[in-house]
Design a binder for this molecule. Structure first.
Ligand SMILES: [Zn+2]
Length: 419
């Protein structure tokens, strides 16, 4: 069966690739400056967002711990008629919602080899983001039920199509500015009786700014995992991705006309089928490096709308999130660390980005360690809190760790700087 999805997406700003990173790396201008001279310099994060290079935000598979997982807050609403006849209800609904999120998260933990470009074997990077069901109160699971004969249904085409209507959102959204609301809706009963209406057992979805509507789950009679691709696709739109098949700003996602629903042994679908999460296909379980970087650039942008929907696990130090740099590492994309940062002997960390340290976390430079702050470096706490600071403990006969800072580097909110 040919299945279709209808999707709406926000405007994605064009990314530019200024190449400043390479210029900075080759510059010889890094000089030692007194720490206090770069304290609390005027903060200007304003012009960074339009120039974010998605390739600065690729998870570094050699140092995955340096790339904390982002957690996107979601909740789930089941829309139903007052007679409760058209959707999952009660325990069955709660189980369905939890399984849907769980299976969607599993695809995002592993990623898969992209089928397109055919035979090019793009790197398979871990997406490094997950969904977390977010209650409003301690006694609510973040799963809600609404019985409303006027607003419960979804019609994705025809003269009465209502997929873009926001009335149901206006009435039932919960924590709409900080939690992505997912509405699981039935197709209208009249649509289900109609021969021409595409019931789409694979599910349909639409992203409407701060909410997602999904339909066809109950009528499709498939387990929750069958709809994980639809959910991940719509969240991909929320996190700034366009459809991969046309003009998405990513050079590693080839343009095509979605000719194939799935791979077959016959031409053209032996070579032309796609499994990209942002194309239309049966799997929707693979992301390109550029797509992953694009979403993370958006999530790291302190001015972005989407960032409000993340769990702020970077404010306060989290257990098991301390990281150690032992070799030469360069950070070009903004980061929100969740624990202590230690640079070991022989480790050289070069930062040309905004890096947030949690409250009560510190940067420790062990003897022989080097921290280089480029002209665009900013060390701070992204929640406006103070963090501990930079420490380079003295050891007998050993060279202390060193900090080199280029003009323009900034350190904000540090309680001490001892190096
Ligand atoms: Zn779409």
């Amino acid at each position: 069966m040919k299945k279709t999805w209808v999707c709406l997406w926000g405007l994605l700003l064009a990314f530019s690739f200024p190449g400043y990173a390479q210029k900075w790396l080759s510059a010889k201008k890094i000089i030692r400056v007194d720490a206090r001279s770069i304290l609390n310099r005027d903060l200007n994060l304003g012009n960074g967002s339009n120039n974010r290079n998605s390739f600065d935000y690729l998870p570094d598979t050699a140092h995955l711990a340096h790339f904390p997982i982002r957690y996107l807050k979601v909740n789930v609403h089941f829309m139903n008629a007052r007679n409760r006849a058209y959707n999952y209800d009660g325990e069955a609904a709660i189980r369905f919602a939890k399984e849907l999120i769980d299976y969607a998260n599993r695809d995002l933990q592993t990623n898969n080899q992209l089928w397109l470009p055919y035979r090019q074997k793009l790197p398979v990077l871990p997406p490094r983001y997950q969904y977390v069901l977010t209650p409003r109160q301690a006694n609510d699971a973040g799963i809600y039920f609404h019985y409303d004969d006027q607003l419960y249904y979804y019609i994705h085409k025809g003269p009465t199509a209502n997929l873009y209507d926001t009335e149901v959102l206006d009435k039932y959204q919960i924590q709409k500015d900080t939690v992505l609301n997912i509405f699981i809706m039935p197709h209208h009963p009249d649509s289900m009786r109609s021969a021409w209406y595409n019931k789409s057992a694979g599910g349909v979805g639409v992203m409407l700014g701060n909410a997602i509507k999904m339909a066809g789950m109950y009528e499709g009679h498939q387990p929750a995992w069958a709809y994980r691709g639809v959910l991940n696709h719509e969240v991909g739109h929320f996190l700034g991705l366009l459809h991969a098949f046309y003009g998405d700003g990513c050079e590693d996602t080839p343009e095509h006309g979605n000719p194939c629903w799935n791979r077959t042994t016959n031409a053209p679908c032996d070579t032309a089928a796609s499994n990209n999460m942002m194309d239309y296909n049966a799997l929707q379980n693979a992301l390109s490096p550029c797509q992953i970087g694009t979403m993370h650039a958006r999530m790291a942008d302190t001015n972005s709308y989407e960032r409000h929907f993340l769990v702020k696990n970077w404010c306060i130090r989290q257990p098991d999130q301390d990281i150690v740099v032992r070799d030469s590492v360069v950070w070009l994309g903004d980061k929100d660390l969740c624990g202590n940062l230690t640079i070991a002997e022989g480790g050289v960390l070069s930062i040309q980005a905004r890096v947030s340290l949690p409250e009560n976390a510190r940067i420790t430079l062990l003897p022989g360690a080097v921290l280089r702050l480029g002209s665009k470096a900013l060390l701070h706490n992204a929640c406006g809190l103070e963090w501990e600071g930079i420490d380079a403990p003295k050891r007998f006969l050993a060279a202390r760790g060193k900090v080199f800072a280029a003009p323009g580097a900034r350190i904000r909110g540090a309680k001490f700087l001892d190096y």
